[in-house]
Write a new protein. Structure first.
Length: 286
């Protein structure tokens, strides 16, 4: 009888070990296979854990609108910047020279307009009308005078030159990139004396304090997450750190794996970077 008891005890131990081994395999598969839902098993029936990533909630990718040599790049990756701080500049001489050329072109057109106006008055007088009495001049007579004198053409030239001047001034303004808000610099991709490519990203400015963690939970666990729910965030690289976050968005779509994407706003981002892998822990009330 004592032998039977011993056999039962041994059999019970073997069953427990086999169950533990299966649990370990399931957790490993969930961590490495994207097709498996991201939610991890309930730990001690007290916590829900899932894997997520830190994301910047507000950022700006800065780029030049004109293909000119880059005169200066005044920032580096990781540098803190203030709103309005200069990030980079294009060749300012060429941009200012373009404005001066357009200003001179406008002055010349204005002289041509004045000359054409005098010629237009001569044409009107030759038709027997007083150019100072607009109401008495027939429309066809005025139109013919405009065409013959070139007055209408020079007015169009002036309008075109003014548009080009406005464009040159715009290029001067956009030839200096500034920080749109307080933040940190990332992804600097150019350096001084390179030729800027239109639309090429010079760098990214990530707004200070506007960070969140994005993660997925199984549809069955969704009832535990609501707007305002507090979660704990633990960096995978340093599990000694703890950060608090509050659920701010729940995407109302269940994906092919039966999971829902949730975003939680972080209250402290002093040592967190955009793209960091983290564990997201939710304390479940029993």
């Amino acid at each position: 009888m004592a032998m039977a008891v011993m056999m039962m005890n041994c059999g019970g131990d073997n069953t427990k070990d086999a169950d533990s081994s299966n649990d370990s395999v399931l957790i490993l598969d969930a961590a490495v296979n994207d097709s498996v839902p991201m939610s991890l098993p309930v730990v001690g029936n007290r916590q829900l854990q899932t894997i997520g990533k830190v994301v910047a909630e507000r950022y700006a990718d800065l780029a030049f609108e004109t293909a000119l040599p880059i005169e200066q790049v005044l920032v580096r990756n990781g540098q803190q910047v203030r709103c309005g701080q200069v990030i980079a500049k294009l060749d300012q001489f060429k941009l200012r020279n373009a404005i001066q050329q357009q200003e001179r072109a406008i002055e010349q057109v204005q002289l041509q307009i004045e000359q054409a106006r005098l010629e237009m008055q001569d044409v009107i007088i030759s038709q027997g009308y007083d150019p100072d009495k607009d109401a008495s001049i027939p429309d066809d007579v005025r139109h013919n005078a405009d065409v013959k004198s070139g007055y209408a053409l020079t007015k169009n030239q002036l309008a075109s030159a003014q548009i080009q001047l406005a464009a040159a001034r715009h290029e001067l303004r956009t030839g200096v990139l500034t920080a749109p808000f307080d933040g940190v610099i990332a992804n600097v991709s150019v350096q001084a004396h390179q030729l800027a490519q239109v639309g090429q990203i010079v760098c990214r400015v990530i707004a200070s304090g506007d960070m969140a963690v994005e993660f997925r939970v199984m549809e069955a666990d969704l009832a535990h997450y609501q707007i305002g729910t507090a979660v704990t965030v633990v960096p995978v690289a340093d599990k000694s750190q703890r950060f608090e976050a509050t659920v701010s968005q729940i995407n109302p779509i269940v994906d092919e794996q039966g999971a829902v994407t949730i975003r939680a706003h972080l209250t402290d981002v002093s040592t967190l970077f955009d793209g960091m892998n983290v564990e997201v822990i939710l304390e479940v009330k029993s």
